[in-house]
Design a protein around this ligand. Structure first.
Ligand SMILES: Nc1nc2c(ncn2[C@@H]2O[C@H](COP(=O)(O)OP(=O)(O)OP(=O)(O)O)[C@@H](O)[C@H]2O)c(=O)[nH]1
Ligand SMILES: [Mg+2]
Length: 366
């Protein structure tokens, strides 16, 4: 396994979605499943069991404190799988114990190892009830602070109106996969305009919270259809007034024309306006995209420009967000279920929706 990027699934749903991502990519990618539930390991592939003697492979039972402690106990289990890794994409489902609790410890550990982290986390369906929604919501801003780039994906929205549960979950996995696999496609199937791994790492290091949309089309006018759909995408139209950073991946087979790249690039630049960072790269993958054109647009809004010593510098989004705890919850990712337009509970600058033991970095013993 020589790839410097690894996909890490955390918890039952995280590992299941990651397996779907792996299938969707089609070529096999470096992939590790991490769970407190020993059964997850039966699906095959590299697996790290968290919780050891404390849990005996039985899962965290929906308790994120237990998920967190299990990860603290067993974090060294991950190390043998991280050799040569420079970037990790963590995929999890928030709402249970392991995904919500262990992901935080895993992100912190990866940071200590100097690994760039991107997290894709689903938030529960509204029908799952208040407790799971609250659990997920309480973790979002703290996970965001501890990852270089983060995407929070409400399952209600990912299923795009599908009512059959199996098809709905398959659709959710497809959507997550279309964003997650972009990083591998860019690096492993480069087209006319290439990214190298270090450049991608540098871009993601300061990315902060993001959104993405994937649009695919074929036939005549495929470029114009895609531009139209991206421009009208409700997912990308939100502006909080902060500076934005865009990463665009154009994926196609061998029939991709330079003029199509030009038209896409020009239209999207015009739509997004002047940006501090605008990155575009292409993927040439005839096996997957023959005749089709697929464009992933990732939009990040967390970089803040500050004036220091008379010089304009772009601060690490993570640092600027850390001093902005709580307020960030007003931003993206909280607009699901009964939390539509709800505000976090802020007291003395602290967000009380975040569990105390996490806010104050207290290690609990059971
Ligand atoms: N896409 C998808 N999401 C799921 C599935 N099952 C659960 N989820 C979501 O993931 C959230 C977390 O559930 P799990 O992954 O089962 O929980 P866990 O992280 O394993 O935590 P514990 O089982 O408590 O240790 C749920 O609240 C759901 O929103 C699934 O099969 N597919
Ligand atoms: Mg589980």
């Amino acid at each position: 396994m020589s790839s410097s990027i690894i996909l890490i699934g955390v918890g039952g749903a995280g590992c299941q979605i990651s397996r779907g991502v792996n299938r969707a990519y089609g070529y096999g990618l470096r992939f590790l499943s991490v769970d407190t539930d020993a059964l997850t390991g039966n699906a095959g592939g590299d697996f790290a069991l968290l919780g050891g003697d404390r849990l005996s492979g039985r899962g965290a039972g929906g308790d994120l404190v237990i998920g967190k402690m299990a990860a603290e106990d067993s974090i060294s289990q991950l190390d043998e799988h991280l050799k040569g890794v420079r970037m990790a994409v963590v995929v999890t489902g928030l709402g249970g114990g392991t995904g919500s609790g262990a992901s935080l410890i895993i992100l912190k550990h990866l940071e200590e190892l100097g690994i760039t982290t991107v997290i894709f986390a689903t938030t529960p369906f509204s029908f799952e009830g208040d407790e799971r929604l609250r659990n997920a919501r309480s973790m979002q801003s703290i996970l965001e602070e501890n990852a270089n780039a983060s995407f929070f994906l409400p399952l209600d929205k990912l299923i795009q109106g599908e009512t059959n549960m199996d098809r709905a979950l398959a659709r959710a996995v497809d959507t997550v996969a279309s964003g997650v696999t972009l990083f591998w496609r860019l690096l492993e199937k480069p087209g006319y305009i290439k990214f190298d791994a270090e450049r991608l790492r540098r871009i993601l290091n300061n990315a902060g919270r993001g959104r993405f949309v994937t649009v695919t089309s074929a036939g005549e006018n495929r470029v114009e259809k895609i531009i139209d759909e991206i421009k009208n995408s409700p997912l990308l139209s939100i502006s909080t007034g902060q500076l934005r950073n865009v990463v665009i991946g154009i994926m196609a087979g061998e029939d991709l024309k330079l003029s199509e790249i030009g038209r896409l690039s020009e239209a999207l630049r015009e739509d997004f306006g002047a940006l501090p960072s605008y990155e575009l790269a292409t993927v040439n993958d005839e096996d997957t995209f023959s005749g089709r054109l697929s464009v992933v647009t990732m939009l990040f809004e967390s970089q803040k420009e500050t004036i220091e010593n008379g010089k304009s510098t772009t601060k690490s989004s993570r640092r600027s967000r850390a001093s902005n705890k709580g307020k960030e919850l007003l931003g993206w990712g909280t607009d699901f279920g009964r939390f539509v337009n709800s505000e976090p509970t802020i007291h003395d600058g602290d967000n009380l929706d975040i569990p105390t033991f996490i806010r104050q970095n207290i290690s609990l013993e059971i």
